[in-house]
Ligand binder design. Structure first.
Ligand code: DAK
Length: 261
């Protein structure tokens, strides 16, 4: 599938690759791109064969350099609210996808671009990645969930520093504060993403989905509530063909052939 500003491919069975494709504007997110993102995410969500989603930016300079400043400059307050709600819907749709979503950050991930990466389940960064929330330079606060997701991932003090000073981080520092899971040479980023996605695709699909949901739901509540959710997810797995196949394969000393049912 190919929209004007977005490419959705399936480079390998079960692996979806979404590329924001506006390299001349460093892949900045305008309203049209947000629309296309929502449609693409609905396609992935509805694809029963999907096992993992990789999200990246076209070209070698940027993942996404933020919301499109040229488009935002003339917004009225009502248009800004509509744009923010639109962006929030995209970030929530990403987070709610049943399959793991990995951001492959290949350059600038600023403002809405950093927020897009934060809404993915985790981030693999190229050595040339640069992260930041520079909105205050433009006289606005973050608008696509940055204040919330950044604080949950790197903690209150670091998030406050980053959103109020607009300081940008290189990949090594992002790794040190837990913003990214790993850093690889730029030329190896796509292959590393595919390798991780492939390893997820080989696991029990129902178990992966249940585990992802349990982590997300658990973080929204206290430990007891999260553990109760995990118990329910664990029990539900015993109603799947994947659980029967996974355990039978172990006992028969062979590789499991999961059906995703
Ligand atoms: N929007 C539009 N165009 C952008 C852009 C952006 N965010 N970032 C870069 N570009 C464009 C540049 O204008 C330039 O276009 P041409 O002049 O060639 O036509 C082209 O991409 C290449 O950029 P540069 O020439 O500037 O390249 P450099 O290597 O010199 O600099 C840079 C790269 C990433 C450091 C620089 O481009 C830069 O600082 N870009 C802006 C980064 C930024 O501030 N990002 C945050 C944007 S604000 C809200 C909802 C959402 C948001 C806020 C509120 N609500 C409605 C409440 C989100 C806000 C943001 O994301």
């Amino acid at each position: 599938m190919s929209d004007q500003n977005l490419l959705l491919e399936q480079p390998e069975p079960g692996v979806c690759l979404l590329t924001v494709n506006r390299p001349k504007a460093l892949n900045a997110l305008n309203a049209a791109t947000l629309d296309e993102l929502l449609n693409a995410l609905a396609t992935v969500a509805g694809d029963a064969a999907a096992r993992a989603l990789l999200v990246t930016g076209a070209g070698e300079r940027a993942f996404v350099a933020g919301a499109d400043i040229a488009e935002m400059a003339g917004f009225t307050a009502a248009q800004a609210q509509a744009f923010s709600e639109h962006g929030m819907r995209v970030m929530s749709a990403l987070e709610a996808l049943p399959v793991p979503v990995i951001a492959l950050v290949n350059g600038y991930a600023l403002g809405g671009g950093c927020e897009l990466a934060l809404a993915c389940d985790w981030i693999i960064a190229a050595e040339n990645a640069v992260f930041g929330q520079p909105e205050v330079n433009l006289g606005i606060p973050p608008g696509f969930g940055g204040t919330q997701r950044l604080a949950r991932i790197v903690g209150r003090a670091r998030a406050l520093e980053l959103v109020t000073t607009a300081r940008q981080l290189r990949a090594a520092e992002a790794l040190a504060i837990g913003l990214v899971n790993e850093v690889v040479p730029a030329a190896a980023l796509r292959e590393r993403g595919l390798e991780v996605a492939r390893s997820i695709a080989a696991k029990g699909p129902q178990a992966v989905r249940l585990a992802k949901q349990a982590v997300h739901r658990g973080l929204d509540q206290d430990l007891a509530g999260g553990c109760a959710y995990e118990t329910a997810a664990f029990a539900l797995a015993f109603a799947t063909a994947d659980q029967r196949e996974g355990m039978r394969a172990f006992l028969e000393k062979r590789a499991a052939k999961f059906s995703g049912r």
